[in-house]
Design a protein around this ligand. Structure first.
Ligand SMILES: [Zn+2]
Length: 257
């Protein structure tokens, strides 16, 4: 194990693994907290993007339509942050657990694309992915990486201004992804909720729906503010990397005994 795990967290993880083992795969739901350890600060909160930009203005589809360059000031920072980031051990643990058949699918509110880079296959990016760019006028697509990003031009060859494939305020969420996530919740799937207070709709509704259908919830969070909307059956009070390392280890113990 690359991280040393405090006994208290290991014990919480063993309780979670005992609960989850009989009904795998569980669905994973992740938020900003999992990317913090890849040096991407959450948009909300200290040092976050929303201290600098008004999300409802800079991140609104109407602003993009009226003055796309104003939106692009903020978008550049989002993309830059993603480009500089690497998946961390939490992203990697989830991808290994998927390969073992223990989790599926992974629902994320993050637009940094790190789950995909970590190798997660069944990924529902309900707020989109900032690395994917398209032209709203002609439909031309490109995927940014570290090599192409420095030379990236916002103007499309057709003359229109390109945009990232993320959900702006005033736009609806990608239907296929959201439908799949909610379908699982209505099936009463067990959930592993990581690094989200569950305060952003509609993903915030998923834990309650799953629970109402008999699903159990494991939450991994370093602290639970008053904002938390998740009511977990087992709480692993830990940052994402340590909590997921503990859960992966505990599931190994539980399933191999
Ligand atoms: Zn175009």
């Amino acid at each position: 194990m690359p991280v040393s795990i405090p006994e208290e967290i290991m014990s919480q993880a063993r309780t979670a693994a005992r609960m989850l083992a009989a009904r795998l795969p569980a669905m994973v739901v992740t938020g900003a907290g999992i990317s913090v350890e890849s040096n991407i600060p959450p948009f909300r909160g200290p040092g976050g993007l929303w201290e600098k930009y008004d999300p409802y203005y800079h991140g609104h589809i109407d602003t993009f339509k009226e003055d796309p360059y104003r939106t692009w000031d903020m978008l550049r920072e989002i993309i830059e942050g993603s480009m500089n980031a690497e998946p961390n051990e939490a992203h990697m643990a989830i991808s290994r657990m998927e390969a073992n058949g223990w989790v599926r699918p992974v629902v994320t509110q993050n637009v940094d694309g790190l789950h995909g880079i970590a190798g997660t296959r069944e990924l529902l990016e309900v707020h989109g992915n900032a690395r994917r760019i398209y032209c709203p006028a002609c439909g031309r697509k490109e995927v940014l990486d570290r090599r192409s990003w420095p030379g990236f031009r916002t103007e499309c060859e057709c003359g229109a201004i390109k945009r990232p494939d993320i959900v702006f305020f005033g736009e609806s969420l990608p239907e296929r992804e959201v439908r799949k996530a909610f379908q699982k919740a209505y099936d009463g799937v067990d959930l592993i909720v990581v690094g989200t207070s569950g305060s952003v709709q509609p993903v915030s509704l998923i834990p309650d729906i799953a629970k109402g259908q008999g699903g159990r919830i494991v939450e991994i969070n370093p602290d639970r503010g008053a904002m938390s909307m998740v009511d977990p059956d087992v709480l692993i009070l830990s940052r994402a990397t340590t909590g997921l390392a503990a859960l992966e280890l505990a599931l190994n113990e539980e399933l191999l005994k």
